[in-house]
Design a protein around this ligand. Structure first.
Ligand code: SIN
Length: 273
């Protein structure tokens, strides 16, 4: 495995994104799993082609990466509660993940790794974009970095309100406070940790102040093109990303075609400054 990563590694940009060729994810040994976890923390997102596997194999692989997360969305395949089905077709009113976000950052222990395998690709489009939050943090000016460093922000799962209500759960949608700048537990690097999908306000600021700062940061993330990479899917491609240091954005530019895939996600640690 070490050899595979060293010899079949193709960085797509300097700050983010590496394609690994010649690696069969579900045949990795323990050293290979460790190496993949370290590499994804460094590069933000890894891409793999031709990863034909069953749902059971994808779940087993996910478990080797960490404790698996169960998403509030209904529709997990029977027997696989940890699998999130990502499906869009001509009848869809929305598509999952259209907008910059870090998966389920409203959780107290938000996701670490997400592994998406797309089985059915549209005739054109359907790419996923990824943005490095190392780069987003490092490209802010020093005075803004200093201002943001002690702050916390509220991340809310309000967009899941209907999902919780439909499930008849007592549980309210999750809401958590996380540091605006967190330290990545594997690399020790600083990361900008706010996202337009879930972050609603900065604690201790007035509502207009908070809105203005968050809008500035969301613009900074969206416009920092040099910290982004865009992945073109083929059937059975896999993207493995680290939600602690990247955000992603699905592109729904293929209507009315169908795109279908499966995601498993690991639970991360409580973010710390
Ligand atoms: C998501 O996990 O947010 C969906 C990403 C995608 O469908 O490309």
């Amino acid at each position: 495995m070490s050899t595979a990563v060293a010899t079949d590694r193709f960085d797509l940009t300097k700050p983010i994104g590496t394609e690994l060729r010649g690696v069969k994810l579900n045949q990795l040994d323990e050293a290979g799993i460790t190496e993949i976890k370290e590499l994804v923390a460094e590069r933000g997102v890894l891409f793999f082609r031709e990863q034909d596997m069953t749902l059971a194999e994808q779940v087993a692989l996910g478990r080797r990466l960490g404790e698996l997360h169960v998403h509030p969305a209904a529709g997990a395949p029977e027997g696989f509660p940890e699998v999130l089905v990502v499906h869009t077709d001509a009848k869809s009113k929305r598509t999952a993940g259209e907008g910059w976000h870090s998966d389920v950052s409203c959780d107290e222990r938000p996701p670490a790794l997400s592994m998406l395998r797309v089985e059915t690709t549209p005739s054109v489009g359907g790419d996923t974009l990824f943005a490095s939050m190392y780069e987003a943090y490092e490209s802010l000016s020093e005075p803004i970095r200093q201002f943001l460093t002690p702050l916390k922000a509220v991340h809310s799962g309000d967009l899941y309100r209907n999902l919780y209500e439909a499930a008849g759960a007592e549980k309210k949608f999750p809401e958590s406070e996380h540091p605006v700048v967190r330290t990545h537990p594997v690399t020790g690097r600083k990361v900008l940790y706010v996202n337009s999908g879930f972050t609603r306000r900065i604690v201790g600021l007035g509502s207009r102040e908070s809105r203005a700062i968050l809008d500035m940061l969301f613009d900074h993330i969206a416009y920092s093109v040099k910290g982004q990479v865009r992945f073109r899917w083929e059937p059975n491609s896999v993207a493995l990303w680290d939600n602690r240091c990247v955000q992603h954005h699905a592109s729904w530019d293929y209507f009315p075609d169908t795109r279908h895939g499966y995601r498993v996600t690991t639970v991360g640690e409580r973010p710390y400054q």
